[in-house]
Each structure stands twice: as C-alpha cells, then as structure tokens.
Ligand binder design. Structure first.
Ligand code: NAP
Length: 262
C-alpha cells in the first residue's frame, strides 16, 4: 500500500536505536524526509547514514541533543523545515520503589515522558492544522494500560500524557483539519533497553541471561519479543494519508500480552 506521505517531513525523537529508529526507517522507506535525534552523536550519525542508504531520495538530518531540554527541542524543531509528522519518544524512567523517589526523580520523569511531548505538540499542531495535514504519534508504554509495579515513574508520567492527549486529539480545530494524535503502547520489544533490563534481572537472580530472556519470551502469547521493524511499520501506517479518521487512540502492540477482552 502506498501510504501517501512521500515528500512529507517528520521529526522522529530519540531515534538512533530501538523503536524510534524503527519508526524512522519505516517513514524513510515511504519517502518521508526525516530529522532524527539522540544524545549520543556517534550512534546517531551511523543511523542517519543507514537511513540515507535505505532511501537516497529523501533528506535525513541528524540533530544530536537531549530532547527533554528546551535547547534540544529547539535544535530539533529548527532542523525541520515543515513539521508534518511528529513521533514523540525519549528514554524511559528507571525502575524502583516509590519510597526512594524524591521530587527531582518525579520532575525528571514528567519532563521526559509527559512535558517534552506536550511541548513538541504545542510547537507543531496549529501549523499542521493550517496546512490540513498532521500526524502525531507518541511512543508511550503498555504500562499505561497494565501498570508495572517497579515502573511507577513511567506509569505515572505517561498516564499524564495519555490523559492530556485524549482531550487534545478531540479538539475540532485539530481533528477537522486532518491532524491526528495517537499513542502507541509497546509491550516487550527486542531493543537495547529491553536487553539492559534483562541483564539486570539476570544479575539479580544469578541466572544466565539466555535463560532469563527465554522465560520472558514464554510469558508472551507469541512466544517472542516484537521487533523494531514491526513497531515502525505500524507507526508509519498511523502517519499515513489513509489514517485520517483514527485519532485519540491508545494502540497496544504487545503480542496479545494484555489479557483483557478490550
Ligand atoms: P532504546 O533501544 O534504549 O533506544 C532509546 C533511543 O532513545 C536511543 O536512540 C537513545 O539514544 C534515545 N534517547 C534516550 N533518551 C533520550 C533523550 N533524552 N534525548 C534524545 N534521545 C534520547 O529504547 P527503546 O526500547 O527503543 O524504548 C523507546 C521508548 O519506549 C522508551 O521510552 C521506553 O521506555 C519505551 N518502551 C520500550 C519497551 C521495549 O520493550 N523496548 C516497552 C515499553 C516501553 P541516546 O541514549 O544516545 O540519547
């Protein structure tokens, strides 16, 4: 299917690796010009080179910086001549026990996983509406729907974003102008972040990493982790011309792990 977005410009945040990179790859394959960001310049430049090789017809701009800072967001936005598609993403907060988190820990999580996407949405959606096309995809987490005890910072901050988006996406001045805002909720995807979590779990339990990863895979109905390519393909569809009637939704990509009927 031709997604009808060739020649559009996308800002894909936190995209040198993992799910963000998967989204950038899928958009570039569809002919979308991209600005990709990450803090580490080396991995970011390597990803930008891969994206250029994937589709030499598109423009790929790499902007190194921390997207959770005002300077990082300003640099990313100024590299994008016209923002048609915004994929919000950033690293997830650390696990732990809420008894150990002080106000600063909460502010950091809320900054990264709630206020940063809201700032970028604020900077882009009215211009999208004026042009009659806009797609915003926020990468959140399956933990928004089925909270994970040790990820309280993520459960809390991302739920704040989810509540905000539910209201904003339904504003007539956006929805009637072909601007959609949706959240993608990943379950377990095979990325560096997931592997780092498994390494931690293996060290804690004294079990080999392979055994820990295998046990985790077996918890999922598909008996595997998702891939960044699968995630990216779904994100690209949400950004497509065809997806204009889908807005304000929370879409769980988790291999069926969430056990509810709805
Ligand atoms: P990942 O493989 O670790 O990749 C994270 C990417 O984000 C890297 O490119 C990283 O590059 C960049 N990044 C992190 N913090 C950043 C910041 N402040 N500013 C700019 N770039 C930043 O992680 P992932 O698995 O793709 O996860 C992406 C998001 O999905 C996270 O919020 C994670 O919590 C959430 N999630 C993932 C899963 C999963 O199973 N993978 C499940 C649920 C939710 P630099 O480090 O160089 O900045």
């Amino acid at each position: 299917m031709d997604l009808g977005i060739e020649g559009r410009w996308a800002l894909v945040c936190a995209a040198s690796k993992g799910l963000g990179k998967g989204c950038a790859q899928a958009l570039v394959a569809e002919g979308v010009n991209v600005v990709v960001t990450a803090r580490g310049d080396e991995a970011l430049q390597a990803t930008a080179a891969e994206l250029r090789a994937l589709n030499p017809a598109v423009q790929v701009r790499a902007v190194a910086g921390d997207i959770t800072t005002e300077a990082g967001r300003a640099a990313a936005l100024s590299a994008c001549p016209q923002l048609d598609i915004l994929v919000n993403n950033a690293g997830g907060p650390p696990p732990g026990d809420f008894r150990d988190w002080d106000r600063d820990a909460w502010i950091k999580a809320i900054d990264a996983n709630m206020l940063t996407p809201i700032e970028l949405i604020k900077a882009s959606v009215d211009a999208m509406a004026a042009r009659g096309f806009g797609r915003v995809v926020n990468i959140t987490s399956g933990a928004v729907k089925a909270p994970i005890d040790i990820l309280g910072l993520s459960n809390g901050a991302r739920s704040g974003l989810t509540g905000f988006v539910a209201g904003l996406a339904r504003q007539t001045r956006l929805a009637s102008r072909n601007v959609t805002i949706n959240n993608l909720l990943p379950g377990p995807f095979d990325t560096d972040r997931l592997r780092a979590t498994m390494v931690g779990a293996a060290a804690k339990s004294g079990q080999p990493l392979d055994a820990v990863m295998d046990a985790r895979r077996k918890l999922n109905p598909t008996q595997r982790f998702g891939t960044a390519q699968e995630f990216g393909a779904f994100c690209a569809f949400l950004c497509s011309a065809q997806a204009g009637y889908l807005t304000g939704q929370n879409i769980l990509l988790d291999g069926g792990a969430y056990p509810g009927t709805f």
